[in-house]
Design a binder for this molecule. Structure first.
Ligand code: ADP
Length: 270
């Protein structure tokens, strides 16, 4: 048995015995688990570091603006401008707090209202919300009339909203589309834009928490780099995969691949 004091010195794991017997296997398993626990603690620490940093930035901006308002006589127009920035920063903080909460909920077992969802109306409703926000852009969808996917409807809308929001915010596109099709037992839902695309060197990290291509521009637009990591977690919860294909200069396609589809001919892959 290992005493408490010795345990604290065991961050490197148990020394492996010479003979390859059951004790050896047990020690090896223990060391493997220890490594995983240490990794996950490291990840959590990194997450908290990043989150604190993200929270501090808007607070610093707010502090600066408020103390200038206190110290100086400002004309009405400048004051109005300052208050607008203050509101914007508070909105960033609210958005960030919501995203952090969402991540924490998703790490536990979130309540999940699994049901067959008619894709076309959900996608069209999601697109509709953006037509007023970005009237200069064109929004389209191509979705088979009867297509249904197994998902929590609220969560599906959440994923689509993240992808559409990104296309509107970052792509500088003129056209955003949702295109869905069935391939064998899978459903592929694509969110496409014809915008600036994503540089090749950024693509592998794009789904990482807090990752942004252009940090200052993304922050200006309210993002902390959490949207895509949340979208991927939601899709994976449903047994699906979320990936991207992007050509810098001509646009980006995010694909949600789901394992189950219900079509008029019956359920496939369920
Ligand atoms: P945020 O929550 O800050 O919006 P995301 O995780 O959703 O971050 O996205 C990460 C980064 O990927 C964004 O900051 C943006 O730079 C880039 N990005 C995402 N979608 C697109 C897109 N459709 N076109 C161009 N860049 C994109």
């Amino acid at each position: 048995s290992v005493k408490q004091k010795e345990l604290t010195q065991l961050s490197e794991g148990l020394p492996l015995p010479r003979s390859k017997d059951e004790i050896y296997e047990l020690a090896e398993t223990f060391n493997y688990l220890l490594k995983r626990v240490n990794n996950s603690i490291e990840q959590q620490k990194l997450f908290i570091d990043n989150a604190s940093h993200e929270l501090r930035t808007p607070l610093t901006v707010l502090e600066g603006f408020i103390s200038t308002l206190e110290r100086r006589e400002l004309d009405a127009a400048t004051k109005a401008e300052f208050f607008q920035t203050i509101h914007q920063e508070i909105e960033h903080l609210r958005h960030l707090a919501n995203e952090l909460l969402e991540i924490s909920v998703l790490e536990r077992i979130p309540s999940w209202d699994n049901q067959w969802v008619q894709l076309k109306p959900v996608a069209e409703e999601s697109l509709q919300a953006f037509t007023t926000l970005a009237p200069e852009m064109q929004f389209q969808s191509q979705i088979p009339e009867e297509m249904q996917v197994l998902f929590d409807p609220y969560r599906l809308k959440q994923v689509l909203k993240i992808l559409l929001d990104n296309a509107v915010k970052y792509a500088n596109a003129s056209l955003v589309e949702i295109v869905a099709r069935q391939e064998l037992a899978k459903t592929l839902i694509e969110v496409r834009d014809n915008g600036v695309g994503i540089p090749l060197e950024d693509q592998p990290q794009l789904f990482d928490r807090f990752y942004r291509v252009d940090k200052s521009r993304s922050r200006e637009l309210g993002g902390a780099g959490l949207g895509l990591s949340i979208a991927r977690t939601l899709v994976e919860r449903q047994g699906g995969v979320l990936w991207l294909a992007s050509t810098p200069g001509s646009g980006t396609v995010f694909t949600i691949e789901l394992p189950n589809t219900k079509v008029p001919g019956g359920i496939k892959g369920a």
